[in-house]
Design a protein around this ligand. Structure first.
Ligand SMILES: Cc1ncc(COP(=O)(O)O)c(C=O)c1O
Length: 399
């Protein structure tokens, strides 16, 4: 696809780069602006619940860091990240079946930066990148400026079809979200993971595995990461955004040793390093097992909200609508009857007092217009029920 023509005016001395023409505002952020109107029940956001933020623990850790190592914490620091935090991440991976050395861990400014660095290091203009359908919009945004040709791998409810992976042959990598995917909420079975990695290895297709939601499971932990099956062929991205707080902007990349130096150089050029102060505070919070107590409280909170949304969908949605009940994460993915366009329906839903994200934005190609994403984590159960009822009303008025 050719990039749209650059918009320049005679009065402007600025000539944007070709890659700038490929940058688009996030559809979701644009929708969120509309839904910030008071009185709207927004099931559109992708934000974690602020009620889950460990404010006291953060306050105490901040005080300790400023008391014990203020000069170091406020100084420039290593691009790789704060060594004890890198060690912590490497140790943590062992519980996911991955043998990782701290030397493979690069601390990033959110996992979103990890996606950008991966794009910068691995994508040439016109090279192919394979994604799921649907996939995380922020990854499509991160890769777009590097001008890939995006290939969509056919998927079912369990993720990409291993027997269809040949469509991705020759791609620089396959971008995957095996756990409680954003937006679809799906979690890949162990059998599918094994088959997919087998197929990827057979065609030398490396994997970029993004896992911000894996700890937010409700009943049982998801199967081990793809990276545990093919360490040298997988770059793994993790994040503290959903288990602590996204405002910290703290994530990490675990890369095979031959790729690490290039990612590190790209990171240096991007921002020298992720704030050392934040890294030390987070390490201070989590070093003695804090997450073992804290994460189950988030799971319990989100599970109750998931149940509220499930009940509301069952009670109110008209026939012909389908959804999968997510076993973790933050989202329901709803399929409307064929022929109903969720983008066209949104203004009516907002008029009635609720908002969602139309699903089309999450497809790199051939969008399914009759899909939408609902978040269940930031809105109280009564509001969830009311929001879903209003969605059902909007749908009935469209029929
Ligand atoms: C799938 C996925 N990857 C990456 C990110 C970015 O997370 P962060 O940069 O906060 O770590 C998000 C944020 O919602 C996400 O949903």
């Amino acid at each position: 696809m050719n990039p749209p023509p650059l918009v320049t005016t005679a009065a402007s001395p600025w000539q944007p780069a070709r890659r700038a023409a490929r940058m688009n505002p996030s559809v979701i952020r644009e929708i969120l602006k509309v839904t910030e109107r008071p009185g709207i029940i927004s099931l559109a956001g992708g934000l974690p619940s602020p009620d889950s933020f460990p404010i006291d623990a953060m306050r105490e850790a901040t005080t300790r860091v400023l008391r014990d190592a203020p000069r170091e914490a406020l100084q420039y620091a290593a691009s790789e990240g704060y060594a004890p935090l890198r060690e912590w991440v490497a140790d943590q991976m062992a519980s996911h079946g991955m043998r990782v050395s701290a030397a493979q861990v690069l601390i990033t400014t959110g996992s979103q930066q990890g996606l950008d660095l991966v794009g910068k290091v691995l994508i040439d203009p016109g090279s192919r990148v394979a994604v799921e359908a649907p996939t995380y919009l922020g990854a499509l945004q991160a890769f777009a400026p590097y001008e890939p040709e995006v290939v969509t791998v056919p998927c079912d409810d369990d993720g990409p079809l291993p027997e269809a992976l040949h469509v991705a042959k020759g791609s620089r990598f396959l971008y995957m979200l095996p756990n409680f995917q954003n937006p679809s909420g799906r979690c890949m079975s162990e059998a599918r993971r094994a088959a997919l990695v087998r197929s990827a290895r057979a065609i030398d297709l490396p994997i970029v595995e993004d896992n911000p939601y894996g700890d937010l499971w409700f009943d049982t932990a998801p199967p081990p990461p793809l990276a545990s099956r093919w360490a040298e062929g997988t770059v793994y991205l993790g994040s503290f955004s959903k288990v602590l707080a996204p405002g910290l902007r703290l994530g990490y990349v675990i890369a095979p040793p031959e790729l690490y130096p290039k990612l590190l150089q790209a990171k240096q050029a991007a921002d020298l390093h992720t704030p050392g102060f934040n890294q030390r505070v987070v390490h201070e919070v989590i070093r003695d097992g804090f997450l073992r107590e804290h994460v189950p409280t988030i799971r319990a909170r989100y599970q109750a909200q998931r149940d509220a949304m499930r009940a509301a969908l069952e009670a109110h949605m008209p026939s012909g609508c389908h959804w999968r009940v997510p076993s973790g994460g933050m989202f329901f993915w709803v399929t409307l009857p064929a022929g109903i366009d969720a983008t066209a329906l949104l203004p009516r839903a907002v008029e009635l007092g609720m908002a969602y994200v139309p699903g089309a934005a999450f497809f790199a190609a051939e969008p399914q217009h009759n899909t939408l994403r609902l978040s269940f984590v930031t809105v109280a159960p009564v509001q969830i029920a009311r929001g879903v009822e209003l969605l059902a009303q909007a749908l009935k008025s469209a029929e």
